[in-house]
Design a protein around this ligand. Structure first.
Ligand code: NAD
Ligand code: UDP
Length: 312
């Protein structure tokens, strides 16, 4: 198949492009390089089935493809809050443009949505049936509401135009190739621990997240895309739940240091807890994550140590 991956030069997108190439597909990677990097897909440049296009999804584009993974959107709070209006445009106009393409060429399209559609959840763990608790005008809204509207567009194009849509609600994902300074908790803690600095825990550190290794997530995305008739959202994440204090301890210990923690203010609207109910993914896709946090962190730490040139 010929497959388009928007945001393909980013963290998850580059792993997805690599996997799709290895599976024998033609891959068009489209990216505006806001948070993505050419280096993430360098290893694919020599492959004749791989093509890289610099393009912004808020502008229309004409391509002939069989499947579209719409991942274009900054995912880290510091990046999506840098230009919040652009974040909304990327989610909404990007979804409209990609859905227009899917409709025109009859491609199947998968939207990368997020656990952030649940906001600061009052139901725990979060099943897909939960409508969420999002502050629609807070500093996270550009991302959360942008993704919620992208989901609305997917469902409406499906109901109105019979577009073959998929919605993946992705929970916190980590792994090799995360950008050192992208501000997410796993990359922050690893860089700090490797450099022997204090680990910055926001708030009390009692808030929880559930972390999925990127290879598991990519497998889930591919299974969802290639399962017929699943138009409603599907959670993809690892149900293992950890407090940020536990995560700091785990990363410090894997880096061989004593955890020194510096407490910093909790950002506005930071969700207190998050854990996916993955019953639907398990039942419909036969999917569940395989890589435990410790093993995924070991791989990620090794990758960071190599890139930062720090012996481990
Ligand atoms: P990332 O920032 O590494 O990747 C996003 C990619 O999209 C980058 O390559 C960036 O340059 C590109 N991009 C941004 N705006 C664009 C635009 N207007 N036009 C074209 N390209 C654009 O983030 P990621 O972690 O790889 O996330 C990928 C997708 O998965 C995003 O849609 C994100 O919302 C979603 N997601 C990620 C996580 C996670 O934990 N990483 C969790 C939930 C959802
Ligand atoms: N966090 C932290 N220290 C950091 C970066 C983040 O304690 O250096 C916290 C953050 O407040 C949140 C959690 O870690 O509670 C996850 O943050 P991240 O930005 O990685 O993801 P998201 O909040 O979008 O789930």
């Amino acid at each position: 198949m010929r497959i388009l991956v928007t945001g393909g030069a980013g963290f998850i997108g580059s792993h997805l492009c690599e996997r799709l190439i290895n599976d024998g597909h033609e891959v068009i990677c489209l990216d505006n390089f806001f948070t993505g990097r050419r280096e993430n897909v360098f290893q694919l440049f020599d492959n004749p089935r791989f093509e890289l296009i610099r393009h912004d999804v808020i502008e229309p584009i004409l391509l002939e493809v069989d499947q579209i993974y719409n991942l274009a959107c900054p995912a880290s709070p510091i990046h999506y809050q840098y230009n919040p209006v652009k974040t909304v445009k990327t989610s909404v106009m990007g979804a409209i443009n990609m859905l227009g393409m899917a409709k025109r060429v009859r491609a199947r399209i998968l939207q990368a949505s997020t656990s952030e559609v649940y906001g600061d959840p009052e139901v725990h763990p979060q099943p897909e049936s939960y409508w969420g608790n999002v502050n629609c005008n807070g500093i996270r809204a550009c991302y959360d509401e942008g993704k919620r509207l992208a989901e609305t567009l997917m469902m409406d194009y499906h109901r109105q135009n019979n577009v073959d849509t998929r919605i993946a609600r992705i929970f916190n994902t980590y792994g090799t190739r995360m950008v050192e300074n992208d501000g997410r908790v796993v990359s922050n803690f690893i860089v700090q621990a490797l450099k022997g600095k204090e680990l910055t825990v926001y708030g009390t550190g009692e808030q929880t997240r559930s972390f999925c290794y990127v290879d598991d997530l990519v497998e889930g995305l591919i299974r969802l895309m290639n399962t017929d008739g699943v138009h409603d959202p599907v959670n993809l994440g690892n149900p293992g739940e950890f407090t940020m204090k536990q995560l700091a301890q785990e990363i410090a210990s894997l880096c061989g240091i004593e955890a020194a923690i510096r407490y910093e203010p909790l950002p506005q609207d930071d969700p207190k807890q998050r854990k996916p109910d993955i019953t639907r993914a398990t039942e419909l896709l036969g999917w569940e994550p395989r890589i435990p946090l410790r093993e995924g962190l070991q791989r990620t730490i090794a990758d960071f140590a190599r890139r930062l040139n720090i012996p481990k």
